[in-house]
Design a protein around this ligand. Structure first.
Ligand SMILES: [Zn+2]
Length: 176
């Protein structure tokens, strides 16, 4: 169900020409319809938000692991946005940028690109967002992500190797 609201930074605003382009684009590339389906499956309440965003609150599934996430023009959270904005006041700015990224990716190609960038960020920093080009573009601080320094590649590869050995229960070189 879509209902209106009038609460400050969460209130619907008039769409700019570019926001209309994004709205039509993200409906056409099916990401906004997908976002509405995901919200529905997660039994979230949907309402109109600012700048053409649709806000889905009370999302009940545990995937993905995130305080908030965006699918097309739909921004979802397990709690409420009033609550989220108390912790991360610029969160909607961050999530809106993701909605533009969906448009630039022509929709669903966003996902493979996102996953590859996440792998790259983990490899470079051990963190899934710090060197993620989409998350950096959306604004790490605005999204509530800490920035992390790049770790030298040999160190990262050594760590990955020892994690893999542990996973396979191989003794590390030199024993214990
Ligand atoms: Zn983000």
């Amino acid at each position: 169900m879509v209902s209106a609201s009038s609460d400050g930074p969460l209130a619907p605003t008039r769409l700019s020409a570019m926001q209309w382009v994004r709205r039509i684009g993200n409906v056409t590339n099916l990401t906004t319809p997908l976002g509405l389906v995901v919200a529905r499956i997660g039994r979230a309440e949907i309402r109109r938000g600012p700048r053409g965003l649709l806000l889905a609150e009370g999302y009940r599934l545990s995937f993905p692991v995130a305080g908030a996430f965006t699918v097309g023009d739909v921004v979802l959270t397990g709690s409420t946005f009033a609550e989220r904005l108390r912790v991360t006041p610029r969160l909607l700015e961050h999530e809106e940028r993701h909605s533009w990224q969906y448009l630039c990716c022509l929709g669903l190609p966003f996902y493979p690109v996102y996953v590859v960038m996440m792998g790259w960020s983990v490899l470079r920093t051990g963190d899934r967002a710090a060197r993620h080009a989409f998350e950096r573009h959306a604004g790490l601080a605005a999204g509530g992500y800490p920035d992390r320094p790049v770790i030298p590649l040999p160190t990262q590869l050594r760590r990955a190797g020892s994690r893999l050995r542990r996973a396979l229960r191989w003794p590390s070189v030199g024993g214990r």
